[in-house]
Design a protein around this ligand. Structure first.
Ligand code: ARG
Length: 272
């Protein structure tokens, strides 16, 4: 039985995903379908995605914060749809703290928690996604969705007004993914680059993928009508290339770490 950890369950309603036909190889998301998707910005510029997991916490990738700027220069934009055409549901939050996973090193444990300064109010366009604690079994559904405002191909930016993109991708476990990455291995990447705490998503033929600027964003899978955060966009070899699926942090492997920090925050609130 899959229970997972949910600040609010998001059921699949009338908006059942249809197969859309950019992200790489995807299409415009319907407004409000992915209410946990956030844009992390610096100076008004989007640089990474992220997922809302509770009223005050966002999960993203650690590499989004590779330059150690102070947290007050960042804004987390929630409830947004078109980056160049702010929607009425848009909320901009400042950041209280950024917690980088202690084992983060270039491509390993590429996960970070961002605490918003104040809890956000949930709306139809702003809702958290469920996530898996380490004792939960993974959803059996292997078709999932990745979303973001990243490039639509290596070095091809999303055209204005920058509508949130979605694409359906197939989960590929780390062993099968290494088999693909070991075909004509890139010398810079080497053999068996995918670690057990990562999961891939995409297709052997390529074409559908996340890309630059999608980093930190959600790989979401539905299980009996509830959406779960299965992965966090981390890295890839180019975008949408054959035998090079996108590589994601497997959130299940970091559930305890995430939960630990969120609880610690509650305890410190009780004390104050
Ligand atoms: N590292 C990239 C970023 O910072 C995301 C790469 C995802 N690549 C892929 N082929 N899925 O935005």
């Amino acid at each position: 039985y899959l229970h997972g950890i949910c600040a609010m369950r998001m059921r699949l309603g009338a908006r059942i995903p249809g197969i859309s036909g950019r992200i790489v190889g995807g299409g415009d998301a319907p407004r409000g379908r992915w209410p946990w998707q956030v844009s992390i910005q610096y100076n008004g510029h989007h640089f990474c995605g992220g997922s809302l997991i509770s009223a005050q916490w966002v999960v993203t990738a650690a590499h989004c914060f590779q330059y150690s700027y102070p947290q007050f220069i960042y804004r987390v934009i929630l409830g947004e749809y078109q980056l160049f055409n702010p929607s009425p549901s848009r909320v901009a939050s400042s950041v209280r703290q950024i917690i980088i996973h202690p084992n983060y090193s270039s491509q390993s444990a590429d996960v970070a928690l961002v605490q918003l300064t104040e809890p956000v109010r949930f709306t139809d366009e702003i809702r958290p996604i469920c996530w898996l604690g380490s004792s939960d079994s993974s959803p059996d559904n292997d078709m999932c969705w990745v979303t973001g405002w990243g490039t639509t191909d290596s070095n091809v930016s999303l055209p204005s007004p920058k509508t949130l993109q979605e694409v359906q991708v197939q989960l590929i476990d780390f062993k099968a993914c290494n088999t693909l990455y070991n075909i004509d291995p890139d010398p810079q990447i080497g053999r068996d680059p995918v670690k057990p705490n990562m999961i891939c998503a995409g297709y052997a033929e390529g074409k559908k993928d996340s890309c630059q600027g999608d980093s930190g964003g959600p790989l979401a899978c539905d299980h009996n009508g509830t959406w779960f955060l299965t992965g966090v966009v981390s890295w890839g070899d180019g975008c949408g290339k054959p035998n090079r699926p996108g590589v994601y942090i497997r959130t299940e492997a970091y559930g305890e770490w995430m939960w630990g920090h969120m609880q610690q925050h509650c305890l410190s609130l009780e004390r104050t």
